[in-house]
Ligand binder design. Structure first.
Ligand SMILES: Nc1nc2c(c(=O)[nH]1)N[C@H]1C(S)=C(S)[C@@H](COP(=O)(O)OP(=O)(O)OC[C@H]3O[C@@H](n4cnc5c(=O)[nH]c(N)nc54)[C@H](O)[C@@H]3O)O[C@H]1N2
Ligand SMILES: Nc1nc2c(c(=O)[nH]1)N[C@H]1C(S)=C(S)[C@@H](COP(=O)(O)OP(=O)(O)OC[C@H]3O[C@@H](n4cnc5c(=O)[nH]c(N)nc54)[C@H](O)[C@@H]3O)O[C@H]1N2
Ligand SMILES: [Mo]
Length: 775
């Protein structure tokens, strides 16, 4: 990893010959260790990652093998830990040296690289510098703004998915006692569609499988995810599945190395002999947004075979007993399947009927099937119907229970837990009832703002205060220039953060930075060192204890900061906030009193590995209105490119997906390499295929601008990107997020999910207007 102070080397693009993980990963881990400037301290901490007496990895939300090996972290977990546990500091002296205007000229990589935020700061508009502020004065400033609003809905409260259950619970209690459900969160940009779709289809928004189920499945289907980079600990169960003869069918337009071959760093033989193991048995490459059509095609084949079996008295393909006992909507759904033509399916999925038949056979011939998915499925306009189609496939074949089910692979390490403990702009009535009963105040019942409606409210100048518990709202959200302008229009913005990022630089008239402890830091309160809890993708709740001494005494824990804000704003109602923070067991007692599944919370945490919250659908309990699972009969979308664009007469050159490189964690850029895709020393690149590049009159290596097409006719452009020839299906392109977020219009979002359509943006390519950069 290079120091961002030195001018970057020239962009290099060379295919990576190796398997995923292996020596490349070990080398990268070592680099990041030394980069942190405290390698030995962090090594000690790393050994404790994901152990029952250590801390939960702040990387992704993948779960733990209950038996577990000695080393329980991966390359990207190591990067996440070393990035947080650095000895570099962004303190008063740093802000005295750099004005906000100067900092705005730096890129996202440089900003976070500067180190940990170590003291509370307030923006001084007159000098354009952040200056130190006492904690109590910061809390008083926030309280003054909040209590001065015409109504509580003029404030919005963002959450990023690293916040612990304890912090998130206090936060939602405070915000609801204050009077609003304005809870935009990172989930709105991530797996929201999974929650919305599954709640209607199977009565729970969460995945139905456990870690152990992966060992029992006969087939895994992996849709729209890149585990080699984003969930590296998932590679082992995938490799093991292939090894024991299970089928692993991948749906991804790109040939991702982390879905092809794996060299296990924990396997000395593989490491020393240069061996590696395959990660799939079949690879399907659909059109962007074509998965719903592909799954519809699979169902069409299975339906045909099931009918043939009935006629010939052969073995049925569908689980008719399961369907009869547990589902509704069968006739309407099958009518919809029959009405969908193969021409339509082939055109939209980008896969031929014969290729889809192979995928359908894998499903048919496997007794137990798990289907996993991530952002390639959830960030489309029609993500909710796509996920319901996946659920339908599993319902028709009775795939709920041991070794079978649905697995939305979550992103942030506690994004699922945050929702469980109440971070929701449309909270369930049961939660509000429980809060009312336990705390004796009337929580607001009207839905609040999500990410998109927060942005729209800011643009309409209806929002005055914006507070963020973590994350980087300015860069993670779509339509960057408009979003920045919207944030600047607020009276007050508050960022509770570990690291400096652009959200601190595009603040409101008044702006605060409140530095907090991270997962790796020891959190000492009056009652001693505290642990916090998180929930993984498999609904396992466990405790996490920080291991490293915080860089500064001025940093506070997230619960302590939230308690300070709450007490300054509301006084000691409805709870004694500061008393709760003395001992987090007290916060967990309140979670136990109000959130289902947390009985004996503190007691059950003592069990190594934590406890399972359970999943009703796994047990064939359907918490839907009808009490049964629902086979939703959605039609395929008319067009994948928004018809408003086509109505304007615009025709796109390509459709673009925005994705993660290997060296980033969302808006946090760890380095300028995307090892498995062979890109080094740069991020402003676009992947497109040779025929498309030629058709559009360019050549590989050209400098280009990307312009997105949208019905409002506003120009959205990013400049000075390098065109790379890559194995991408025809008509598609891919480029990194967040650099391409200016291209995503804030009004382009998923139906029912409000998730920005980050995986399908209609674009045109233009020769770059930007002057060539002089090396
Ligand atoms: N190291 C690291 N780990 C992370 C993160 C990180 O940034 N870095 N982010 C975390 C978070 S918050 C999340 S949500 C997850 C994200 O994890 P992923 O969902 O794996 O992240 P993306 O990079 O967005 O990858 C999307 C994948 O879907 C494919 N894809 C895109 N469009 C389509 C489509 O229409 N159909 C199909 N079938 N495939 C498609 C892309 O080719 C790509 O392989 O990772 C989490 N873990
Ligand atoms: N175009 C496009 N846009 C996307 C996506 C995409 O695929 N394409 N993906 C979307 C997805 S899936 C997601 S989840 C969002 C991510 O959106 P966010 O969660 O808002 O963004 P992050 O980049 O994860 O936030 C990084 C910042 O979090 C702060 N931080 C880190 N750890 C902690 C902590 O322990 N506590 C606190 N308080 N702060 C901490 C640091 O200051 C750091 O700068 O982006 C979304 N945006
Ligand atoms: Mo995410």
């Amino acid at each position: 990893m290079s120091d961002p102070h030195t001018p970057a080397d020239r962009l290099r693009f060379k295919p990576y010959p190796g398997p995923a993980a292996g020596w490349g990963a070990l080398r990268a881990v070592t680099d990041h260790w030394f980069e942190s400037k405290q390698p030995f301290k962090n090594l000690f901490a790393m050994v404790k990652t994901n152990k029952s007496n250590g801390f939960d990895c702040p990387g992704c939300a993948w779960g733990e093998a209950p038996q577990g090996g000695m080393i329980k972290f991966c390359e990207n977990g190591a990067k996440a830990v070393n990035w947080e546990a650095t000895s570099r500091r962004v303190d008063a002296a740093f802000f005295e040296k750099h004005s906000v205007s100067d900092l705005l000229k730096q890129d996202d990589y440089w900003l976070e690289f500067q180190g940990r935020l170590t003291e509370p700061m307030v923006y001084n508009r007159a000098t354009d510098h952040y200056e130190p502020i006492r904690w109590d004065d910061a809390f008083a400033l926030i309280a003054r703004h909040l209590n001065g609003l015409d109504n509580p809905h003029q404030a919005a409260f963002y959450t990023s998915g690293r916040a612990s259950n304890e912090a998130a619970f206090l936060y939602q209690l405070f915000v609801r006692a204050f009077g609003t459900n304005n809870f935009p969160d990172c989930s709105n940009m991530c797996h929201e569609a999974s929650g919305v779709a599954l709640a209607e289809s199977i009565g729970t928004g969460k995945g139905t499988v456990t870690f152990e189920d992966f060992d029992k499945a006969d087939a895994l289907f992996l849709f729209g995810q890149n585990p080699g980079t984003n969930h590296p600990r998932m590679l082992e169960p995938i490799r093991d599945a292939v090894k024991r003869g299970a089928q692993v069918a991948v749906f991804n337009p790109l040939r991702e190395r982390g879905l092809e071959r794996f060299q296990a760093p924990q396997d000395p033989k593989e490491m020393l002999t240069g061996g590696s193991s395959p990660l799939n048995t079949a690879y399907f490459r659909p059109a962007l947004g074509g998965d719903m059509a592909a799954v519809r095609g699979m169902v069409k084949w299975l339906l045909q075979w099931d009918r043939e079996a009935t006629e010939s008295s052969g073995a049925p393909v569908f689980d008719h007993a399961f369907i009869a006992e547990h589902t509704t909507g069968l006739d309407d759904y099958l009518a919809e399947v029959d009405a969908t033509s193969w021409e339509r399916i082939e055109a939209q999925s980008g896969l031929s009927r014969g290729v889809i038949e192979q995928a359908a056979r894998i499903h048919r011939d496997s007794k137990r099937v798990i289907i996993c998915w991530a952002m390639g499925i959830t960030q489309h306009k029609h993500s909710v119907p796509t996920i319901q189609e996946i659920a339908n496939l599993q319902l028709l074949r009775g795939q709920f229970g041991e070794g079978a089910g649905l697995c939305p692979v979550r992103g942030h390490s506690n994004v699922q837990g945050d929702r469980t403990v109440g971070i929701a702009d449309e909270p369930p009535a049961a939660l509000l009832d429980a809060l009312e009963k336990r705390f004796g105040f009337q929580p607001p019942r009207e839905p609040g703002y999500n990410v998109i409606t927060t942005l729209q409210a800011m643009v309409a100048r209806k929002l005055k205060v914006f507070l963020a518990l973590g994350g980087n709202f300015a860069q993670a959200t779509p339509d960057t220039p408009r979003t920045h302008e919207a944030l600047r229009s607020c009276d007050l913005t508050v960022q509770i953060s570990t690291k400096l990022n652009r959200s601190h630089l595009v603040g409101g008239t008044e702006a605060l930075i409140l530095p907090c402890l991270g997962r790796t830091d020891i959190d000492r309160q009056a009652g001693g060192a505290q642990g916090v809890t998180v929930e993984d993708s498999f609904s396992m709740v466990h405790i996490s204890h920080g291991q490293l001494k915080p860089l500064s005494e001025q940093m506070r824990s997230e619960p302590a900061i939230l308690a300070g804000i709450a007490e300054a704003t509301l006084g000691k109602t409805p709870v004694d906030w500061s008393a709760l923070v003395e001992d987090y067991d007290r916060i967990r007692d309140l979670i136990q009193d109000t959130i289902a599944g947390f009985e004996n919370f503190n007691e059950r945490l003592k069990h190594p590995g934590g406890f399972y919250l359970g999943n009703p659908a796994r047990d064939h309990q359907w918490h839907t209105d009808s009490g049964r699972a629902f086979l939703a009969a959605n039609s395929l979308p008319d067009t994948l490119v928004d018809d408003g664009i086509l109505a304007r007469g615009d025709t796109p050159d390509l459709v673009l997906q925005t994705l993660r490189s290997h060296d980033q964690y969302n808006t946090t850029i760890y380095g300028l390499h995307d090892r498995y895709r062979g890109v080094h020393n740069g991020r402003k690149v676009v992947f497109a295929n040779a025929a498309d590049i030629q058709r559009l009159g360019f050549k590989a290596g050209d400098k280009i601008d990307l312009v997105s097409l949208w019905r409002d006719g506003v120009e959205r452009r990013v400049s000075d990107f390098t065109l790379l020839e890559y194995d991408v299906p025809a008509g598609q392109a891919a480029a990194y997020y967040p650099e391409t977020n200016p291209l995503v219009p804030m009004d382009s979002y998923g139906d029912g999910s409000f998730t920005p359509t980050s995986k399908l943006i209609a674009i045109r390519l233009e020769a770059s207007r930007a002057p060539a950069r002089i090396a």
